[in-house]
Design a protein around this ligand. Structure first.
Ligand code: NDP
Length: 336
């Protein structure tokens, strides 16, 4: 297999030299195993956390490990009764061209039900994250205002559209005019704001004349600072991700704003709740059933940003943390 391994722990923004491409031998198949040909590799912001040793919900990778990641793959050899040659599966095989895996850890995919790549996006982990964060924590009501950033990405775009199905008013935040136009024109968001605009905080305030009832937190940093003063009493904040901070090397200088934040949480009855999508594994079946219906009915739309070739994965991943992607970022490792 050709694989990309973690060569060094990044300091700040990852660099090409933090990754190493190499050729390795795969282990022999044992009973119950299959040999996989990777077709699609998902690139996700959480991978930045796995590259460093900072305390997190998941174990860090070791130097020399294959970069982790969700994949869609095809079975090319099988020693498992449940999977035949030619079957497609969802696997967690990481940044490589081939892998050996026990069939019991794989989920078979039906290419007739949905495009295979959606198993990594809208019908996969990011879509599920949006679904559970809203259902269990955000709980937007009709007429309430929901704000979400990284709004053109797979989590944010799904959050906005799901909240729209619940008749909330949706304000999306994204980087650049093209992404903002997409949110309003294609996804029916009520407003979209560019977080890079000099008067971003003022624009956000204008877009939320009745304050913010749900803030789905994907980015942290300056966006969160602009959102906080606009939160209504009893606002709900699913804390899903802090992508603006993943490359940070130290805390920003300035006064300690923690006491002020605690006062806001108390006096405005705020609910902030961090979550990891796997906390809600029991909702997976409901998600798949409901999301398939919404997708087929065209009520949820999605956009993918597909990069060709495993060798381009490091560069694409570095771009993801800078907002260079437009839609769910996927590497096409091989043709279907
Ligand atoms: P995206 O495809 O949306 O990619 C990340 C986006 O973040 C970029 O495209 C960029 O969009 C935006 N961004 C980067 N830096 C900044 C910044 N400084 N300020 C504002 N926006 C920024 O990723 P996903 O949809 O896959 O993930 C979204 C979030 O959800 C991430 O924080 C991720 O870690 C989190 N997540 C959490 C899970 C959980 O279980 N808790 C599971 C899955 C994802 P733009 O151009 O618009 O700025």
């Amino acid at each position: 297999t050709r694989r990309i391994a973690l060569a060094a722990r990044p300091v700040g923004e990852p660099r090409a030299s933090d990754f190493r491409t190499e050729q390795t031998e795969l282990p022999a198949l044992r009973d119950g195993d299959v040999l996989l040909r990777i077709v699609y590799l998902s690139l996700d912001p959480y991978m930045r956390g796995r590259m460093s040793t900072a305390r997190s919900y998941a174990q860090p990778m070791e130097i020399g490990d294959t970069m982790v990641g969700g994949t869609v793959a095809q079975v090319v050899e099988s020693r498992a009764r449940s999977l035949a040659v030619g079957d497609y599966v969802l696997s967690y095989s990481g940044w490589q061209t081939h892998a050996v895996a026990p069939a019991r850890l794989l989920r078979k995919l039906d290419p007739r039900l949905a495009p295979l790549s959606t198993a990594l996006g809208v019908l996969g982990m990011p879509g599920f994250t949006a679904y559970v964060g809203l259902k269990e924590i955000g709980k937007p009501l009709a007429g309430e205002t929901l704000v979400v950033a990284a709004a053109s990405g797979p989590v944010g775009a799904t959050v906005g559209q799901l909240a729209k199905i619940r008749h909330a008013r949706i304000v999306g935040i994204a980087g650049g005019a093209e992404k903002c136009r997409y949110l309003v024109d294609e996804l029916n968001f009520d407003e979209a704001i560019d977080h890079r605009a000099a008067d971003f905080a003022a624009q956000l305030e204008d877009a939320c004349p009745r304050g913010i009832d749900v803030y789905f937190e994907n980015v942290g940093g300056a966006v969160w600072s602009a959102v906080l003063p606009l939160l209504n009493d009893f606002a709900r904040i699913p804390v899903c991700g802090l992508v603006a901070q993943y490359n940070a090397t130290d805390v920003p200088a300035g006064p300690d704003r923690m006491p002020g934040l605690m006062r806001e949480i108390l006096s405005r009855h705020l609910t902030l709740r961090g979550f990891i999508q796997s906390d809600f594994a029991h909702l997976q079946r409901d998600f798949e059933r409901e999301m398939s219906v919404w997708l087929q009915a065209g009520r949820i739309r999605y956009r993918e940003d597909i990069v060709d070739g495993l060798d381009h994965a490091p560069e694409a991943f570095i771009g993801l943390l800078r907002g260079k992607n437009f839609g769910k970022l996927i590497v096409r490792v091989a043709d279907e």
